[in-house]
Design a protein around this ligand. Structure first.
Ligand SMILES: *Cc1c(COP(=O)(O)O)cnc(C)c1O
Length: 397
């Protein structure tokens, strides 16, 4: 099939819920993707942060192929050794507790909110405080939770029980609390929101408040989890620990899996019959996720993430010195935002021009280039990506 034909079929048969760029991807390996016409691209935003250890990682591919011959799905009223092993693996890498498996980030967050409500029910606590510029998914409850109007428009009335406050402001949180508050939910780095990073004091403050009121502190690590910030989970950069952490995106190395991890105190709040997912934690996605952990551990990918993150950030700071359009470079390891002092659609234009020259990145909030290469990225690949961005910025200046 030719590119134009694929696009034509989409026009006719696929809902237009995405602003797609005309690129038909045919295959990929690591940080390289190839389109249907054989053109190669360097992917510095692989699968919208899903292919965190690179496309088609050998550990994941071989685990999935093997498991596909053996057992793909069992219903959750039976046991499977792979789900057991993955739950233990996640807990061993985070904090003592238990895991609920689902299929996406939005579902993991829904599960977290349900757990918090169940815990607060006897005390009349049901309200969830979330942050402006957050992103928690696209179900009705999660667009209600998300602190951005653009995701809500046209879908009202939305589920109630969510309160939004400015990110990073502990006073605003204190003011928003009431005897109805059940939980505080946030991303430690607002990725969709433009790579906004929570400070140590802010997170300590939230932890304090949650302890005093006996309410839950929920961290949405759907995008920051699985090594992308140089630690397995982003909360590990902070002294405080969440009560619930949600995961999805790169957990399955390309396969759809979500997880809601609750610390021991809250691990048994959801009881039999109170929450479920038909596909959640099937053997095949658990095999994939175990392959991801295996790769991160055995190939020392956290170390590479820190090293290449530092190197890439350094190079981007050099670009900032060269081009006025770059306002700030910020991030943690390989989770990087380049904020532009951009007019109108300049951010969009830069990311499209990068694509034309063979580099895939993302632009969020109209003016923040989101650069999140896989943890397996190499120094020559970083050099090549920065050279392309340099050229694009030069053309624009
Ligand atoms: C992508 C994302 C979600 C939603 O995940 P889906 O798998 O698309 O439902 C939720 N929270 C954060 C922080 C995300 O980045």
């Amino acid at each position: 099939m030719k590119k134009d034909e694929v696009v034509r079929i989409y026009e006719k048969y696929v809902m237009k819920t995405y602003a797609r760029v005309p690129l038909v991807i045919e295959k990929a390996k690591g940080a390289l993707v190839e389109d249907i016409e054989g053109r190669k691209y360097l992917d510095f935003f692989p699968g919208w942060a899903v292919s965190g250890i690179g496309h088609c990682h050998k550990n994941v591919a071989s685990a999935v192929c093997k498991q596909a011959q053996k057992l793909m799905h069992v219903s959750n009223n039976y046991y499977s050794a792979l789900q057991a092993r993955l739950a233990r693996k996640i807990v061993e890498h985070s904090f003592p507790g238990k895991v609920f498996f689902c299929n996406s980030g939005a579902e993991a967050n829904e599960g977290a909110v349900k757990l918090a409500r169940k815990y607060g029910q006897d005390k009349g606590r049901f309200e969830i405080v979330t942050m402006m510029k957050s992103f928690h998914g696209r179900t009705l409850a999660m667009i209600a939770a998300t602190g951005q109007d653009k995701v809500k428009e046209g879908f009202e009335p939305l589920p109630s029980g969510f309160v939004h406050i400015p990110f990073g402001n502990i006073e605003a949180l204190r003011k928003a609390l009431s005897d109805k508050t059940a939980a505080v939910m946030l991303e430690l780095i607002q990725c969709e929101g433009g790579i906004n990073i929570a400070t140590e004091e802010y997170i300590e403050g939230i932890r304090d408040i949650c302890d005093k009121l006996d309410i839950l502190f929920i961290c949405d690590e759907v995008q920051t989890g699985m090594g992308r910030t140089g630690k397995m989970f982003c909360y590990q950069h902070y002294r405080a620990r969440p009560d619930i952490m949600t995961l999805a995106k790169s957990l399955g190395g390309g396969l759809p899996i979500g997880a809601m991890v609750a610390s021991s105190k809250f691990a048994d709040v959801l009881t039999a019959g109170s929450h479920a997912s038909t596909f959640g934690g099937s053997p095949i996605v658990c095999a994939a996720a175990l392959g991801v952990f295996d790769a991160i551990e055995k190939d020392h990918l956290l170390k590479n993430c820190l090293k290449q993150g530092k190197y890439l950030t350094g190079k981007l700071i050099l670009l900032k010195k060269k081009y006025k359009v770059i306002k700030e470079v910020r991030g943690m390891a390989l989770t990087i935002g380049v904020e532009l002092d951009a007019v109108e659609d300049e951010g969009d234009r830069i990311y499209r021009k990068c694509m034309e020259k063979g580099l895939l990145i993302n632009c969020t909030q109209k003016k923040v280039l989101r650069i999140m290469p896989p943890l397996t990225v190499t120094k020559p690949q970083v050099d090549r990506a920065v050279a392309i961005l340099d050229k694009v910025l030069k053309d624009i200046a």
